[in-house]
Structure formats: structure tokens, C-alpha cells
Design a protein around this ligand. Structure first.
Ligand SMILES: [Zn+2]
Ligand SMILES: [Zn+2]
Length: 397
């Protein structure tokens, strides 16, 4: 603390200097020692920081009173900590640095002080097949560009934005809370430091007007629901000349496709088989992202078993190969009311021939008559129903 120079001395002003003198002195020093003017000059950077600290205390009525009464200890005890770095200074005194304008091009050159445009977010729904192939979309978005009629100031032609009286143009207001001084964004000016008295009719004082424009989107193959694309600098333009535009974020929604269930890069489809198809085997048409495809279903296909079409699922969105298309077989059992009398009679006749062996747990893979031909024959005579046989098989076990 003791090594700190007197703030008035730092700014080169008398103890009774008014607000305008303080600001003027600080601007002069800030320009002189600005890091953009003296890149790499550590001594200048220290002077720049020292001036900023002096200004931040003396330009604030409360802090100045504390300083006048208690010296450097005063503002420190009320929570003032100085600045952590150069960027901190620029953000604290944005109005001062902004006020230098184009007359001092060195400030615009650094890039960090020119505010960036706002990011924008939009939502886009595509189909699963679009996601599988990748697609292009031309979409209309509404950006907020500087109002022509007021050149973006928001003030009516012939008027200027006025310095905010609530915060004295700083954009921040200090409140005493117990021992602490808490700085918050000034409400009347929303931190801008200026207020518009006569609002521009065109933009209602915002300085921005909506303008529709088209954006071309390339949506990569394999994109999944909920993923986000970022288009750099396609958002709102910067409110200041030379500033970077914000980014445009596109939230992708992939609409559910009733034929497919997606699991990462794999796609699942249900292959519906009749009992006869499962037993005898068949050709079955299944949907794939490239269109329908006919597969061979082997004789004896079991319910819930799978047939994998390698590399026929979704492409990986990062270009790491291709997922599989997995056909899961569903064997459909007809409802009683769906069966004609004739069909029912035929199934009743068939039932004993395909009945499950009593010792099914140990010989499930073998046909029943191979294990126990006598018994099979004996039970053929009685023609029990399928459920009968299953129940009896369990009891014997
Ligand atoms: Zn204000
Ligand atoms: Zn306007």
C-alpha cells in the first residue's frame, strides 16, 4: 500500500479537480500509455494500470471520499481491489474507450474492445433420411442490423444520446450494503452509460432493425437429434464498425421415423414374420435408409433373433465409419378372431407335430421326436393342445 502513488499525483490534477478534469486527465494518460500504442512496454502498461486505478477511485464520489479521508486504505476496505488486468480496465471503462472513436485508430485495431454481435439460435427439423444422407437447407433468419435512420445510435435524427444521469455515464452504480460497496449495472441506461431522450421512430431507440436474410446450411450426414451446428460470424452483426458478428447456432431436431429406431449409429427395424415364415424361411422386404431391401430369412428363425446388415445404418457424423442396420424378427401370433374356422382346424391338426418335448430344458435345440419317438406317437393319439403339453412338460421337470 505504501508504495502506491497518490491518485491525484498519478493523474496530475489538484485535490479539488472536478469530474470533468478527472476524466480528461485520465483519457490523456490512457491514450499515452495505451498498450496498443506501446506493445510489450511493461513500464507503460504499469502506468496505464496505475492511471486506471486512480481514475476508478476518483471518478466515483463514494470511493473518492473514502480515499480523501483514509488514503489508499479507504477504498480498499470498502471492497475496491483495483484491476486484475488490462481487459478488466477496458470493460470497466468501455464508455471512455468507446468515446475515443475513430480519431484514434489504435483502439479499434486490438479487436477486443469492439463489441461482438449477438449470437443467434435457431431450430431446424429434418427427417431421419435427411440425417442419414446429409442435406442442405436454405433458411431465412432475421438478424438485427444497425438502423439506417439513426446510424445505429437509437436517437432521433438531429439529436444525440445523452449521458445517463443515474450513473454519470459509467454504466455502473455503487450501492452501500453494510461495509461493502456493491457495483451493479445501471438500470436506466442498462449499462450503456447513455440514454436516448428522443427515440428514433424507425428502431424505437434500440438502434437496431430486424432484417431478413438467407443462410445456406450444410447438415453433415449422421447428425443426431439434439446436436448443434455452429456457423461462425453468421449471427447478428457487431453494433460497432469493424466488430465481429456473433455466431449462429442451429439446433437440429431429427424427426422420429416410425420404421427405424436409432441407437447411436445403428438403426433397428422390426422384421415381421408369420409363424409359417419363421418355420419355413422366406424372403422379407425391410426398409433401409437407401430404400427397401429384400433379405433371406432362414428356416427356423426364432422370435427376437437378429439379422445384421453391416454398414447399412447411419454414417458416423465425425466420419468414423458407418453403423449397422439390425433387423429384429417379430413372429406374429394371430388373434383368435383373426383365424378362420379352417385355419384353426389346420393348426389344431398341426399342433401335435410341432409340440415342444416334455424335457425341453435339456433338449430345446432338438426336434422332440428324435429324443422320444414313442412318447410322441402316444401323445399324437390324444391330440392335446399346445398349452397342455407345455404345462405337463413343466410339471415333469
Ligand atoms: Zn446509467
Ligand atoms: Zn433508428
Amino acid at each position: 500500500m505504501s508504495t502506491k502513488r497518490d491518485y491525484y499525483e498519478v493523474l496530475g490534477i489538484p485535490k479539488n479537480a472536478d469530474e470533468g478534469e478527472i476524466k480528461k486527465a485520465y483519457r490523456r494518460l490512457a491514450m499515452e500509455y495505451h498498450p496498443d500504442r506501446r506493445p510489450g512496454d511493461k513500464a507503460a502498461e504499469e502506468k496505464f494500470k496505475e492511471a486506471a486505478e486512480a481514475y476508478s477511485v476518483l471518478s466515483d464520489t463514494e470511493k473518492r471520499q473514502l480515499y480523501d479521508r483514509y488514503g489508499h486504505q479507504g477504498p480498499a476496505q470498502s471492497g475496491f481491489q483495483g484491476f486484475s488486468g488490462i481487459d478488466d480496465i477496458f470493460s470497466a471503462f468501455a464508455d471512455i474507450f468507446g468515446g475515443f472513436g475513430g480519431g484514434f485508430s489504435g483502439f479499434a485495431g486490438g479487436g477486443r474492445r469492439v463489441p461482438r454481435g449477438d449470437d443467434m439460435e435457431i431450430e431446424l427439423e429434418i427427417t431421419l433420411l435427411d440425417a442419414a444422407k446429409g442435406c442442405r437447407r436454405e433458411i431465412e433468419i432475421e438478424r438485427h442490423i444497425a438502423c439506417d435512420d439513426c446510424s445505429g445510435s437509437g436517437a432521433k435524427a438531429g439529436t444525440q444520446p445523452q449521458r445517463c444521469r443515474a450513473c454519470g455515464g459509467r454504466g455502473q452504480v455503487a450501492h452501500q450494503q453494510g461495509f461493502f460497496v456493491i457495483s451493479t449495472t445501471c438500470r436506466p441506461c442498462q449499462g450503456k452509460g447513455t440514454v436516448i431522450v428522443d427515440k428514433c421512430n424507425t428502431c424505437k431507440g434500440s438502434g437496431r432493425v430486424p432484417k431478413k436474410g438467407m443462410v445456406n446450411l450444410t447438415i453433415p450426414a449422421g447428425i443426431d437429434d439434439g446436436q448443434k451446428l455452429r456457423l461462425s460470424n453468421q449471427g447478428d452483426p457487431s453494433p460497432a464498425p469493424g466488430g465481429e458478428s456473433g455466431d449462429l447456432y442451429v439446433h437440429i431436431h431429427v424427426a422420429a421415423d416410425p420404421r427405424f429406431v436409432r441407437d447411436g449409429d445403428n438403426l433397428w427395424v422390426d422384421g415381421k414374420l408369420s409363424f409359417a415364415d419363421a418355420v419355413l424361411g422366406c424372403r422379407l422386404e425391410v426398409p433401409t435408409p437407401e430404400g427397401p431391401e429384400t433379405i433371406n430369412v432362414a428356416a427356423g428363425t426364432q422370435p427376437m433373433s437378429r439379422h445384421v446388415l453391416r454398414g447399412r445404418g447411419m454414417p458416423n457424423v465425425r466420419g468414423r465409419g458407418q453403423g449397422d442396420l439390425i433387423v429384429r424378427f417379430i413372429v406374429q401370433v394371430p388373434q383368435p378372431q383373426e383365424l378362420s374356422t379352417e385355419a384353426r382346424e389346420l393348426i389344431e391338426k398341426l399342433a401335435p407335430h410341432i409340440a415342444i418335448a416334455p424335457s425341453s430344458a435339456s433338449s430345446a435345440s432338438s426336434p422332440p421326436h428324435d429324443n422320444d419317438p414313442d412318447k410322441d406317437e402316444a401323445e399324437d393319439d390324444k391330440e392335446p393342445g399346445l398349452f397342455d403339453r407345455i404345462l405337463r412338460g413343466r410339471k415333469k421337470k
